[in-house]
Design a protein around this ligand. Structure first.
Ligand code: PEP
Ligand code: MG
Length: 886
């Protein structure tokens, strides 16, 4: 079994086996770039070691053979007393895990070779002893678990004795003394002397790198980044080169383009007379890479030519680490570099222009998360702003304004032109007007699927939820956090991306990308390379994608915006949002109706209002399909809360007032109270239990469509029944609806589809039957996740998901990204069985997952026709639907 590869044997496509660093070192070697010679021990060897606790058979011999070859090439032997070869031992997994695993430098130094190193370095004793003390320190810490602080203390002590705070003031004698002190620390903690045998040092360092794969911080990092736990790390053994041999040496990092903006040019930092770790430690200030031209023009020109070469070869932005040892340039690392969201788009566009990649590749190299980032206004955090609390980044964006504690006050101040942040413990449907009026929303309770979060995301409004450090006192109109108290009218700022809350006003920058989607910028003529790149890549995504993208919108305004953003219809219009505000009283009348007559009157009063809403929405979506969902939530959501009402009634009674009406209301609230309202009288169940309710809605929808068509427009209504679990439910509703449809449509030519949501597991499992009565399915993955997992969508994220994420039970909330194996399986089954029963059955999804990048790929793979998401997510879904095809 081959466990060790010389750099000349590998290439960039062997990342699984050689790790990212090893594969790229091999690639550069084969390109003829000056890479210090070395070899890579494979991830296979690491996995074998981790499984058994022992190096696999043959590894030691292979290392020996490669070491000998390395020694021959360098003309030096590892740790030779007169002229030592030194090596670095570096981790390098398939995916970059910056700083998570171990590295040991200067392996091969001991009490004798330190003298040889000095001679080699031109009698540079200081350099040699400094290298030796670094070895003992790194080796002690990473290989033998000696507490790092002990070495730090000894170093501080040496500096104190010298009366300095700068490492560079320590001379050779000081450092020799420090080596003695370090050796004592080493012996004290390990019960043995610091190993003098170079090969033993090497073997132990390799083991330590293997083991660092399972270091706690690495394990946690992998879980967060969703990197599989069983990949293992490769180990690179590389001949040391030194950037700290004098002013003609140094070390630096370089980027082939600006990783922040994507602009072409030379970006990087250089530090003369230093080693890589000094740059990281920030001991001295680096200079811009351009300065290197003045310091060492030959190396600079050489570096630039390699950078151009690498970029052309990798066809992407590369970042590079290099060292100059006495005027000789060495390339220590390269990889396709990390970049900001803006740079990702700009660079992809540039590379297409340069003919290095095609548009498919450009589309592949950007993603929806990056696009989403580019769409939100951002805080300009260049000043000193310290957050006072951190909650869940529930709906991204940046918002500042005066704190207000009630919906009414939010509306009032907003009407006066004030910018306000609505602060609540949690929000409920009553807060809707306040949420619309507010610039941002802040709650102390609730997670990413709390009411505040879902509604705010739907509106594209900045929201931080679950900032539990806040003690919100609504009656007194203030909140406290730490030692601060914020009252009504005090200005605060919330960052819905990071979840951070600030006191005072943090300045905000608008997003040009949104201006573009709004149609306010001419992309081809824009001065902004980002806008040009986004336009180009979006256009390509639209050409490539098979999935259509619709939007979840309940108002004509949202619908119109979503349309500008590219929505191809409405996938979910939640009609309950139309029952709020002034109309609540009508709903109350409906609920309290004691006779058929009273109920019919209440419904008749609601009908024209609903119809007018639908007319507006159909007009905004002229020519595009509009899925209108019949009312879903339990009706008691439209009544005042039980406790508050009981108190009001008691107080009024005490005063001797007439409370007949309130008492009736109270009785109704009591009657309708449910322990588990989400599993209670809602959705289709309401339609079956309250006579005339669905009929009124169906009539309003169809009459609206007919009105629009008679006016010369085009309306394509799709009536959707929520929470169906059995085909019999749907058949009952359908029979009633069809009668009304036939009657209202008349000669108008309007075509109405009737379909259902699939959001109860039983519906998914009996989809073949349900399809007999449905012309379309729309997956309500919010409820399907809630009922599939048995997780209350309003509670669990804030309550305990942190622990689930910490334990790696899932890497991301299943309410955010579809659980493909479980809930996704229900979707797959329903799609297959539904289509088998009714070929041509239209399939879509309208849960929050419809705008989540990974979920979009999943829905593409199960063959849905469209995804539907909030207006602001529409461009993200378009982009990801295009990427899903590649
Ligand atoms: C769903 O359950 O996924 C859905 C879209 O409906 P709602 O979020 O309104 O319950
Ligand atoms: Mg639902």
């Amino acid at each position: 079994h081959k466990y060790v590869y010389d750099f000349a044997e590998g290439n960039k496509d062997l990342k699984d086996l050689l790790g990212g660093k090893g594969a790229n070192l091999a690639e550069m070697t084969n390109l003829g770039l000056p890479v210090p010679p070395g070899f890579t021990i494979t991830t296979e060897a690491c996995k074998a070691y981790l499984a058994t606790g022992e190096e696999p058979a043959g590894l030691a011999d292979q290392i020996e053979a490669h070491l000998e070859a390395l020694e021959r090439e360098m003309g030096r032997r590892l740790g030779d007393p007169d002229d030592p070869l030194l090596v670095s031992v570096r981790s390098g997994a398939k995916f970059s895990m910056p700083g998570m695993m171990e590295t040991v430098l200067n392996v091969g130094l001991n009490d004798r070779s330190v003298i040889g190193l000095s001679a080699q370095a031109g009698r540079n004793d200081r350099f040699a002893w400094d290298s030796y003390r670094r070895l003992i320190q790194m080796f002690g810490k990473t290989v033998c678990d000696v507490p790092g602080e002990e070495f730090e203390h000894a170093l501080d002590e040496a500096k104190r004795a010298k009366g300095t705070t700068d490492d560079l003031d320590l001379d050779a004698d000081d450092l020799r003394g420090l080596v003695d002190a370090y050796k004592k620390i080493f012996a004290k903690h390990t019960g043995r002397e610091f190993p003098q045998a170079p090969r033993e040092q090497l073997d132990l360092a390799i083991r330590a790198v293997f083991e660092s794969w399972n270091a706690e911080r690495a394990v946690v990092y992998r879980r967060q980044e969703r990197i599989p736990a069983d990949l293992g790390t490769a180990v690179n053994v590389v001949a040391m080169v030194f950037g700290n041999l004098g002013p003609d040496s140094g070390t630096g990092v370089a980027f082939t383009r600006d990783p922040a903006s994507g602009a072409q040019g030379i970006y990087g930092d250089y530090l003369a007379n230093a080693q890589g770790e000094d740059v990281v430690a920030g001991i001295r200030n680096t200079v811009p890479l351009q300065e290197l031209e003045r310091i060492d023009k030959t190396s600079y020109d050489e570096l630039l030519s390699y950078m151009a070469r690498l970029e052309e070869h990798y066809r992407d932005l590369c970042d590079i680490e290099f060292t100059i040892e006495r005027g000789k340039l060495w390339m220590l690392q390269t990889r396709v570099g990390k970049r900001t969201a803006a740079a990702a788009f700009v660079i992809a566009g540039q590379l297409v222009d340069e003919g290095l990649i095609d548009l498919d590749e450009a589309l592949h190299r950007v993603n929806g998360a990056q696009l989403a980032q580019l769409m939100f206004p951002r805080f300009r955090l260049d000043h000193e702003f310290e957050p006072v609390a951190k909650g869940v980044g529930a709906s991204p964006g940046a918002a500042s304004g005066k704190a207000v504690f009630s919906s009414d006050r939010a509306v009032e101040l907003a009407a006066q032109g004030e910018s306000v942040i609505l602060v609540r413990r949690e929000t409920n449907p009553d807060d809707l007007n306040g949420m619309i009026a507010a610039n941002g929303i802040l709650t102390s309770r609730g997670g990413k699927t709390s009411h505040a979060a879902v509604v705010a995301r739907g509106m594209g409004k900045t929201c931080v939820s679950g900032a539990d450090a806040l003690d919100v006192n609504v009656p007194q109109r203030r909140f406290t956090v730490g030692e601060h108290t914020v009252g009504e009218g005090d200005v605060i700022s919330v960052d819905g991306t990071t979840g951070k809350v600030y006191l005072g006003e943090v300045p905000v920058m608008p997003s040009e990308v949104v201006q573009y989607f709004e149609g306010n910028l001419e992309p081809e003529r824009s001065e902004n390379p980002l806008v040009r790149a986004v336009h180009r890549i979006m256009t390509h995504a639209d050409q490539r994608r098979r999935l259509a993208v619709r939007t979840n919108a309940d108002t004509a305004e949202d619908a119109a915006r979503a349309r500008r953003f590219g929505a191809q219809g409405i996938g979910l219009c939640r009609t309950e949002h139309m029952f709020l505000g002034d109309r609540r009283e009508l709903v109350e009348r409906l609920i309290l109706a004691r006779t058929d007559d009273e109920r019919e009157q209440a419904l008749a009063a609601l009908l024209p209002l609903q119809r007018a809403d639908f007319v507006e929405i159909f007009r905004a979506m002229d020519g595009l399909p509009v899925t209108v969902r019949l009312i879903d939530p339990p009706l008691h959501e439209f009544l005042p809360p039980l406790e508050q009402l009981a108190v009001n009634v008691a107080v009024a009674q005490e005063r001797g007032e007439d409370v007949a009406k309130e008492e009736a209301l109270l009785a109704a609230v009591r009657r309708m109270h449910e322990e588990n309202p989400m599993l209670g009288l809602r959705g289709v169940r309401l339609g079956l239990v309250i006579p005339g309710l669905f009929a009124m809605q169906v009539r309003a929808i169809v009459e609206a469509a007919v009105t629009v068509v008679r006016d010369g427009g085009s309306a394509l209504p799709e009536i959707m029944v929520p929470l169906v679990g059995a085909v019999q439910e749907l058949e009952t509703v359908r029979a009633e609806a069809e009668k009304i449809i036939t009657e209202v449509v008349g000669e108008s030519g309007v075509e109405v589809l009737i379909g259902t949501m699939i959001e109860v597991p039983r519906a998914a499992l009996t989809a073949g039957q349900i399809a007999e009565a449905a012309e379309f399915f729309s997956f309500g993955t919010n409820d399907l996740t809630q009922m599939g997992w048995g997780f209350s969508r309003d509670d669990v994220e804030a309550a305990f998901f942190w622990r689930y994420l910490e334990l790696g039970i899932f890497g991301i909330s299943p309410f955010e990204s579809i659980d493909a194996e479980g809930v996704g399986r229900l979707v797959r089954i329903a799609a297959e069985e539904g289509r088998a029963a009714r070929p041509g059955l239209k399939l879509g999804v309208c849960g929050e997952h419809g705008g989540d990048p990974d979920s979009v790929h999943f829905f593409h793979s199960v063959g849905l026709d469209y995804v539907s998401c909030s207006p602001f997510r529409v461009p993200v879904a378009r982009l990801e639907a295009g990427r899903a095809v590649l």
